[in-house]
Design a protein around this ligand. Structure first.
Ligand code: SF4
Length: 212
């Protein structure tokens, strides 16, 4: 069998497996959300607000969740009517409104963040080196989806100006110049609060080194 045909088959099987995972995730997310009296989208917004810690504007929420402005606005209004979020004037712009969690919303967000536990359990059965290879592969896939404009950009090390890939000896090859931190493959961050986007040339250089 030629390498091209084998590659196509592997590509198809990986894609098929990912679709099966997405089916499981959708079904688990709905099961959890129905039990909590929410939709998966509302749960996702609660978790996002909890992770970001700071109030977020509707536009930011829409961008981060890849939802339309109308869907985001509807979901936030429902959460507001349930007393889980509240809208306040943004600190940096008195004319804009920012959304933040209420105390009850924070409790719901903590619960909502637990629905993917079934997946963590399955991933936890993999060996350490399998998890590291899996995470590295997923990060590369996420980055490629960003390049294709299929998902919103993440605040991740791979596109950060402070990231120095493959700088050290094998165990912790990567380095964060800002936090002065050496990182193993599994410590590379997908969402970092002190992220600063690198310019296009630096991102290209980082990617070339990391993707090797
Ligand atoms: S600042 Fe955050 S995103 Fe940037 S390299 Fe350091 S850990 Fe990674």
């Amino acid at each position: 069998m030629s390498e091209g045909v084998y590659g196509e088959q592997a590509n198809g099987r990986v894609t098929h497996s990912l679709l099966r995972l997405s089916t499981a995730m959708r079904s688990q997310a709905w099961e959890w959300a129905e039990g909590a009296g929410l939709t998966p989208t509302q749960g996702e917004i609660l978790v996002l607000l909890m992770q970001r810690k700071n109030p977020m504007r509707l536009g930011e929420i829409a961008r981060e969740t890849a939802l339309t402005a109308a869907t985001t606005s509807d979901a936030v209004s429902t959460l507001e009517s349930k007393g889980l979020v509240e809208k306040r004037r943004a600190l940096d712009d008195g004319r804009a409104l920012a959304v933040r969690l209420t105390t009850r919303g924070r409790t719901s967000a903590k619960r909502a963040a637990q629905w993917p536990d079934f997946l963590s359990k399955a991933v936890g059965t993999l060996q350490g080196d399998e998890q590291a290879a899996f995470y590295r592969t997923l990060l590369k896939t996420v980055r490629q989806l960003e390049v294709q404009d299929d998902i919103p950009p993440h605040r991740m090390c791979l596109t950060c100006s402070h990231f120095e890939p493959s700088k050290n000896a094998k165990k912790t090859p990567h380095h964060c110049a800002l936090l002065k931190l050496n990182m193993s493959d599994t410590e590379v961050r997908l969402d970092c609060s002190v992220y600063e986007a690198a310019d296009a040339a630096t991102q290209k250089k980082t990617w070339k080194i990391y993707a090797q």
